[in-house]
Write a protein that binds this ligand. Structure first.
Ligand code: GLV
Ligand code: MN
Ligand code: MN
Length: 410
């Protein structure tokens, strides 16, 4: 395929454009785990990998592995991948880029006639975003045995459907593929878009991730008393939303005070939800992140202190449930050094850069050496439909990944 007068579209750009059609709507891409659109994305990955001659396997949570054999069949594989699911307003690159790039890097090694000692597997992890089933990095967490398969299958989405049922359904479920047994990993590499503005501002095209931020996800509920919006005097109310608002603002203040920490309430449901009805119940999500555990603790402490106060002052009840905890995860030093060597050989200044986003690499780092490479995001946009990375940077990342695989294989 060619554009008028332009270079032919590279396969990484073309494939990402094809994937971007799956789940596309006015605000971006919505491809939650085990939905029909997300399953179609997994099918495309399998189609491309099969056409290139790689052997496909699937594990019981739905992670997909496309294997390019190495010269030593007994060697543990080097895994290279990312995820195909998106947040409800996702972009075309978060996750999908790392999966497609892994496949393109294997194809590049083929075209160059390069044999590796280790088998190399391009991996599509499922459910990294945790947007349909509240736990993030689900596929890689199950693979690394940080979350049990039973626990994962029992997770429910907003409408009460369990992940087990969703994965058993023909619409969004598992594919017909041989089951993967092995868990060994010689090393893990993940290529991702930066999702922030730092690299673009610095004018660099590659970055080596130093560490992935710590992250805690919670669900909070505030219960008050409902009533008529016109008749209950202000001093006699137990308005659940007003109490929740105090808690949200207290966490924001704590994060600003801590510095180097971020907290986000991205979902908030008010019940019963009438214009002229005092809110009886508010449930909301909390995403608390920092590279420094004590700062996440400070935000959590602000929640508890304010919850205690509003319980007394406003007569509400407050509950907090911790859903998911990831400690800050440094990337492997030897692999980072290998990535720096690769970038240097390619003539690219590649600074160390911390990741404020979570990634499957933080789960795989628990069982194997893991490292990540970033390419810049135009305007730093991500988790929104206008997420973009320049085609030349997408292609540069693939080239760097192919060289990194070769380097790590040594
Ligand atoms: C995933 O993108 C996350 O950082 O939550
Ligand atoms: Mn994401
Ligand atoms: Mn991602």
């Amino acid at each position: 395929m060619t554009y008028l007068g332009a270079d032919p579209m590279s396969s990484v750009v073309q494939r990402l454009a094809e994937l971007a059609e799956l789940g596309k709507y006015e605000y971006g891409i919505n491809r939650g785990l085990a939905t029909p659109q997300e399953r179609k994305a997994r099918e495309l990955f399998v189609k491309w990998a099969t056409e290139s001659g790689y052997q496909l396997t699937q594990d019981p949570i739905g992670n997909l592995f496309a294997r390019r054999n190495g010269s030593d069949p007994a060697a543990a594989p080097i895994l290279v991948g990312s995820h195909l699911d998106t947040v409800p307003t996702g972009g075309a690159y978060d996750g999908a880029y790392g999966v497609v790039a892994a496949l393109c890097a294997l194809e590049q090694l083929d075209s160059e006639g390069i044999a590796t000692r280790h088998p190399i597997e391009a991996v599509a992890w499922v459910g990294e975003e945790g947007s349909r089933f509240s736990i993030g990095c689900l596929g890689s967490a199950v693979f690394a045995r940080l979350t049990s398969l039973d626990e994962a299958y029992a997770l429910r989405d907003e409408s009460g459907v369990t992940l087990g049922d969703a994965l058993a359904s023909p619409d969004g479920g598992l594919l017909e593929l041989p089951e993967r047994g092995e868990q060994r990993v010689a090393a893990y590499l993940e290529l991702h878009v930066e999702q922030g503005p730092v690299m673009e501002a610095a004018g660099v095209h590659l970055g080596v991730v130093s560490a992935i931020t710590g992250q805690i996800r919670y669900r909070a509920v505030v219960e008050g008393t409902s009533g008529h919006a016109g008749t209950v005097p202000m001093e006699r109310r137990s308005d659940a939303l007003s109490a929740a608002a105090e808690i949200v603002l207290a966490m924001e203040t704590a994060a600003k005070k801590a510095g180097g920490a971020v907290v986000t309430v991205g979902r908030l449901v008010v019940e019963p939800g009438g214009t002229n009805v005092i809110p009886a119940r508010v449930s909301f999500s909390i995403d608390n992140r920092s590279p420094d555990v004590s700062k996440m603790e400070a935000i959590e402490a602000a929640f508890h202190a304010t919850a205690e106060r509003v319980t007394k002052e406003r007569g509400v009840r407050v509950m907090l449930e911790k859903l998911d905890v990831h400690k800050p995860t440094p990337m492997n030093d030897k692999l980072r050094a290998a990535l720096h060597r690769v970038c240097e050989t390619m003539g690219q200044a590649a600074p160390d850069i911390p990741s404020g986003a979570g990634h499957d690499a933080m789960c795989i780092a628990k069982i194997a050496p893991a490292a990540m490479l970033f390419v810049p995001s135009i305007g730093g946009h991500s988790h929104v439909g206008q997420e973009r990375t320049a085609d030349a940077d997408l292609e540069l990342g693939v080239a760097a990944l192919a060289r990194a695989i070769e380097e790590v294989d040594k």
